[in-house]
Ligand binder design. Structure first.
Ligand code: PLP
Length: 331
């Protein structure tokens, strides 16, 4: 099985913005775009993206999960980066068209078709360090993906770090520069303490990892940081919280300090997990802080984490009623 995100459909949907308007969307070869070396995105990081999935159901239908939420987030990211305004209707049509075109290549569960809308500033101008790109390109890449957990879902080791993942006013923007700024801390954590990820906790406030949100489960309560502009508002996070509420759990969206996290995670039965589109809900087994290791609960994937992940997968895979109306059937 190829590594996640390395296999692409041979074609993508593409639209360009120039002189104040969007072109009609076209289907083009995936490797066909050309960029000027002075393109705004290559110098001043005018780039944002989304990640969502299409699922094949047993009846053969293809269904996209929470597409409207991802479209709204790409529109918001584009605004916050001063990229040209994305047209929600056009973007939706582009996603639906390209997924339909490659419907036969959508893997069966636990696989899916990962969809990567991308918006970049293309104006050739290295003089615009402090000005927006007047031109842009929006394209939808497709990447069939297999079971994220095919190697078994070994609980993760997280290093709690007292630093920020990215500039604090950019945290809710799904933009390349944020991943660049998180990379060195992550590489250092892998090397120094064999951590899988860094849990960024600036000034002791538990935020998120490099590309996933963090939740703590203590008995019937699920605790996660309330939304603010400092971190990415995950759609998986939102979905897991909705499912938890449906199941009668207490959902506490509030500040969580490192001290409280370390203390509560020691309780028998405590669970912690990372949420995101790629991995859905991944158990966390160990927290590392100030040179000490803390096992979360018994260090294994907990029953609530597994049940919440299963409940979300059941909706995505068409095995249970989609009562929140999260799926868009494209064919
Ligand atoms: C994409 C992303 C997430 C998860 O968002 P989902 O909508 O659940 O996929 C969380 N944190 C960061 C930094 C992300 O880039």
């Amino acid at each position: 099985m190829s590594a996640f995100g390395t296999v692409f459909a041979p074609e993508m949907s593409l639209a360009s913005y120039e002189q104040g308007q969007w072109s009609a969307a076209q289907i083009v070869k995936t490797d066909s775009i050309s960029l000027h070396p002075g393109a705004h995105v290559l110098h001043y990081s005018s780039t944002c993206f989304e990640g969502l999935k299409a699922f094949k159901h047993e009846d053969g239908s293809i269904n996209i999960f929470r597409m409207d939420q991802n479209i709204a987030r790409l529109i918001q990211s584009s605004e916050l980066l001063s990229l040209p305004p994305v047209n929600a209707e056009q973007l939706k049509q582009m996603i639906v068209d390209i997924v339909k075109r490659f419907a036969a290549d959508v893997p069966l569960p636990p696989g899916s078709m990962y969809i990567r809308p991308t918006h970049i500033g293309t104006e050739a101008s290295i003089g615009k360090a402090a000005a927006p790109s007047s031109a842009s390109m929006l394209y939808i890449l497709l990447s069939p993906v297999g079971d994220y957990f095919s190697g078994g879902s070994k609980p993760l080791r997280l290093l709690l770090a007292d630093e920020t993942r990215c500039a604090s006013h950019m945290g809710m923007v799904k933009s390349g520069g944020n991943y660049a700024s998180a990379l060195q801390p992550i590489l250092k954590a892998r090397k120094s303490v064999q951590a899988d990820q860094v849990l960024f906790c600036p000034a002791g406030d538990v935020q998120e990892t490099g590309a996933a949100n963090f939740i703590l489960i203590d008995g019937n309560e699920i605790i996660t940081k309330s939304l603010d502009s400092s971190f990415l508002h995950g759609i998986t996070r939102n979905s897991i919280l909705a499912i938890a509420r449906d199941r009668g759990m207490t959902v506490s969206e509030r500040a969580l300090s490192v001290d409280e996290l370390l203390q509560r995670s020691q309780k028998p039965g405590a669970e912690a997990a990372l949420s995101g589109t790629a991995a859905v809900l991944t158990p966390v087994g160990t927290l590392i802080h100030d040179g000490k290791e803390y096992t979360v609960g018994n260090g294994e994937a907990g029953p609530t984490t597994n049940a919440l992940r299963q409940a979300l997968n059941d909706i995505q895979w068409g095995k249970t009623a989609d009562k929140h109306g999260w799926l868009t059937k494209v064919c």
